[in-house]
Ligand binder design. Structure first.
Ligand SMILES: Nc1nc2c(ncn2[C@@H]2O[C@H](COP(=O)(O)O[C@H]3[C@@H](O)[C@H](n4cnc5c(=O)[nH]c(N)nc54)O[C@@H]3COP(=O)(O)O)[C@@H](O)[C@H]2O)c(=O)[nH]1
Length: 807
């Protein structure tokens, strides 16, 4: 039973077992009582049967009494035999009152019998007298057997019932009560191990073995309560100690010479006073502050955070020195190092130590500055030039750019120094340094070599020729007189230029060659420059003279416009002309625009030149109308420089107003380069130009980015296919495919297409087959003076009429 209950209840099952014993005992008692009642009733029933038999004997008593009175022995024996046949009759005996006569049948063999004695009476002359007795004995063995069998059945069935009910109850109890109690006891036993500063001893003290589940829980609770009380006491002590420590730590923290802060998810959760002093915040002003606000830009913050989280997550400490911002926005240098409290969750909490190293940084920068700069002028020294050259060379190699190294030597500095003294000499050098700085871009480097010698590094030039305008600017700026300590002084400079990579690949070689070129400039009479490469000298001189010449040409009216007709391919008539500038140089003759427009753009002279072109083209258009010719479109090229640096809208308005022509007769040709830069501003300007009523076309289409989006956005009227595609149209299939595609695409956007550079009939035929609208080129006419345009139009139009009539 014990092992059975153990199987059902588990180890600690005392309540269950006890309960089951009680249930079994009680139910057995009840069963017993019921069984006794049941058996008693059944026994009574069986005894009734016996009594019935005896009652049956009683029926025969009068006849038996008669037979005894008559002393009829035969009849007596017959009656006895008949009575003996009754069920379970064991013995019947008759005796006379006198006792002298006795008749008996059967004998008693059963262990238990029920007997009944009947009086035999006889009435004689009205008097009744007892004449004898009859005793009948009935066997009770059958009754006893039945009762025992019945008792066995009842007891065994009830025992079985009780057993099954007990088992069911045991299982039920285990499930509903004891198992839960066991768990409860276990929970109490396992209560907060390790969570308290003192261990709970109940786990160490053995629980008495004879406790049932409830007692076990109660025992554990008692012990736990005791231990908790002890733990609370210990906690109180610890808390006191901790508070003491917190006070001590706070004193240390607040008096630390460095800023200390704790950061959680990018927010300062606590910090010491020193940190607030460093960043200029009031006491408590940094708590809850996002660390982001301490960084000058989002990029600096994001890059530092990425680096820090990576290192902190690996359990490493992070150290860095970076610029941060005080509350008033002043930048300061902060040296910081930090570590995560838990490397697995670096963002959750990290501790940082910060020092303000602004002064140290400034001192270091000063040392660095002194090491790399000239004390007198503050300009970089040769060491820095060396460094910058090194950096620029890699970039120049990548972008195929040039680097120019200029050596500048003041022409009459020795005289100033010797005659007026060093102080004035120093003043001149400082002024020269300032002026040189003004002439170059931030990306260029100006350095003082020593004495009156300066070096300038011009990195990322598109070509060596681009140095020329800067050289001119430098010389022009330095020749302006300067005032030093009340003396008005004039100095000039001789410049030598060497170009990387053509003249050398390192500073030493380039310096040597630039030096040599500088001495050539001195030999050439000073206040001039020389390239180390002789050819460069020729080109630069030409550029310089062209630059000076362009300025004079505007003043002297040496520019002229030629007009190239534009033909409508459907009607073969002249529908417009393109105005193309030429420089009628007094010595060099007619100079094409390709030679002087880049110089004009470089020097900024393109702006007044373009304004002149606009005015002149509009004036000419008005003159043609005035002379009675039917109005035609005049197309004018706009330069990207003009678009960027001047008020094109105002120039157009002035030209239209001065000439009085209908704005729709003026077409402005914009290059793709204009449209792709600074789109929003350009878009705005283009819209305003359109509002004036002038026409817009895109020149040289196909050579730039050829983006469809700007064709749509800028709402131009016409698209001019660049001559480089048209030239080989008849022979190059790829060009033919491109031209065909451009025409189709332009038509689908509702644009007119004009092809330039049409030189042959073959090309013209092909363009017609592609559905091109207009054409321009030597096939029809070269650009011509204004006076020839009227005659050409007449010829062309009458030929067209003839052609039409011929058809
Ligand atoms: N900003 C300004 N630029 C201008 C102005 N005037 C001219 N230019 C630009 O100078 C470039 C060269 O112009 P130009 O030497 O006048 O050459 C033009 C035509 O003569 C030439 N052309 C025309 N038909 C043919 C031909 O069949 N064959 C051939 N080889 N050349 C031909 O093309 C030039 C016209 O080009 P485009 O302007 O693209 O229509 C040139 O880029 C001019 O834009 C000015 O006033 N301002």
């Amino acid at each position: 039973m014990a092992s059975f209950s153990k199987l059902i209840f588990g180890e600690r099952n005392r309540i269950g077992r006890r309960l089951i014993v009680l249930i079994v005992a009680f139910s057995s008692l009840i069963t017993l009582c019921i069984s006794i009642v049941q058996l008693t009733l059944e026994y009574r029933e069986l005894r009734n049967d016996v009594e019935n038999v005896l009652d049956g004997v009683g029926i025969h008593i009068p006849s038996v009494a008669g037979s005894v009175w008559d002393f009829d022995e035969k009849q007596i024996q017959l009656t006895l035999s008949a009575l003996a046949q009754l069920p379970n009759i064991e013995r019947i005996s008759i005796a006379t009152t006198t006792g002298r006569q006795r008749w008996t049948t059967g004998k008693i063999v059963s262990s238990r019998v029920a007997t009944r004695t009947y009086a035999l009476r006889h009435q004689d002359r009205g008097k009744e007298a007892e004449i004898g007795t009859l005793e009948a004995a009935v066997s009770l063995d059958a009754v006893d057997r039945k009762i025992v069998a019945r008792a066995i059945t009842i007891v065994s069935s009830n025992a079985l019932k009780t057993f099954f009910v007990a088992v069911f109850m045991m299982i039920l109890f285990r499930r509903v009560v004891t198992r839960r109690l066991g768990k409860l006891g276990q929970k109490v036993t396992d209560l907060v191990p390790g969570a308290l500063p003192v261990p709970l001893v109940h786990s160490a003290q053995a629980m008495p073995r004879n406790l049932d589940e409830l007692d076990a829980v109660a025992w554990t609770l008692d012990h736990t309560a005791e231990e908790l009380a002890t733990a609370v006491e210990a906690l109180k002590d610890l808390n006191g100690e901790l508070q003491q420590r917190v006070v001590e730590q706070d004193v240390i923290l607040q008096n630390a010479l460095v800023g200390i802060l704790m950061v959680r998810n990018g927010v300062i959760v606590s910090c010491n006073r020193r940190l607030e002093e460093i960043f200029g915040y009031p006491a408590g002003g940094m708590n809850g502050l996002r660390t982001r606000v301490l960084y000058p830009t989002e990029e600096v913050y994001a890059s530092f955070r990425e680096k820090a989280v990576g290192a902190l997550g690996q359990g490493l400490s992070v150290s860095d020195t970076l610029t941060q911002l005080k509350l008033d926005g002043t930048p300061i240098w902060i040296e910081m190092s930090g570590r995560a409290l838990d490397p697995l969750r670096p963002r959750d909490a990290s501790i940082w130590i910060c020092s303000d190293v602004t002064e140290r940084k400034a001192a270091e920068d000063q040392v660095k500055f002194i090491a790399f700069h000239d004390a007198l002028t503050g300009l970089p020294n040769r060491l820095l030039v060396q460094d910058r050259l090194q950096q620029s060379m890699a970039g120049a190699d990548r972008s195929k750019a040039k680097i120019a190294l200029l050596v500048l030597d003041l022409d009459n500095f020795k005289t100033i120094n010797d005659t007026l003294g060093h102080s004035i000499g120093d003043g001149v050098l400082r002024e020269v340094a300032r002026r040189l700085g003004e002439c170059v871009r931030d990306t260029d480097t100006v350095c003082r070599q020593g004495g009156d010698e300066f070096v300038i590094l011009l990195p990322s030039l598109p070509d060596a020729e681009a140095t020329a305008p800067i050289l001119v600017k430098l010389m022009e700026r330095l020749i302006d007189p300067c005032r030093v300590e009340g003396h008005e002084l004039t100095t000039s400079v001789s410049i030598g230029v060497a170009v990387y990579p053509d003249d050398g690949q390192d500073l030493e070689t380039l310096m040597k060659k630039a030096d040599l070129a500088m001495y050539r400039a001195k030999d050439a009479g000073r206040n001039t420059y020389r390239f180390f490469d002789q050819q460069m000298n020729i080109d630069a001189i030409e550029q310089l003279s062209m630059r000076n010449g362009l300025r004079r040409a505007l003043e002297r009216g040496e520019f002229v416009l030629h007009y190239q007709p534009q033909i409508d391919l459907a009607g073969n008539t002249v529908i417009g002309v393109e105005a193309l500038i030429r420089w009628n140089h007094p010595d060099l003759g007619m100079i094409p625009p390709a030679r002087f427009i880049p110089v004009a753009e470089d020097s900024g002279l393109i702006i007044p030149i373009s304004e002149w072109v606009l005015r002149e083209a509009c004036r000419q258009a008005a003159a043609w109308v005035k002379s009675g010719l039917p109005p035609i479109l005049v197309a004018v090229n706009l330069s990207a420089v003009q678009f960027k640096r001047s008020d094109v809208e105002q120039s157009v308005i002035s030209a239209l107003e001065e000439s009085g022509i209908d704005p729709s007769l003026l077409e402005l040709e914009l290059t793709e380069s204009i449209l792709i830069t600074d789109t929003e501003t350009v878009l705005d300007m283009v819209k305003r130009l359109k509002q004036l009523g002038v026409k817009l076309s895109i020149d040289d289409f196909g050579t730039g980015y050829s983006s469809l989006s700007y064709l749509k956005r800028f709402q131009v009227n016409k698209l001019k296919i660049d001559q480089s595609f048209v030239r080989d149209l008849a022979t190059d299939q790829e060009d033919a495919a491109i031209v065909g595609a451009i025409i189709q695409m332009a038509h689908s956007l509702g644009l007119i297409v004009i092809a330039e550079g049409v030189e042959t009939e073959l090309i013209l035929g092909q363009l017609r087959s592609f559905g091109c609208d207009e054409a321009q080129g030597y096939y029809f006419a070269r650009p011509m003076p204004a006076e020839e345009v009227a005659a050409f139009r007449l010829r062309m139009n009458s030929a067209a009429k003839d052609g039409a009539a011929g058809h």
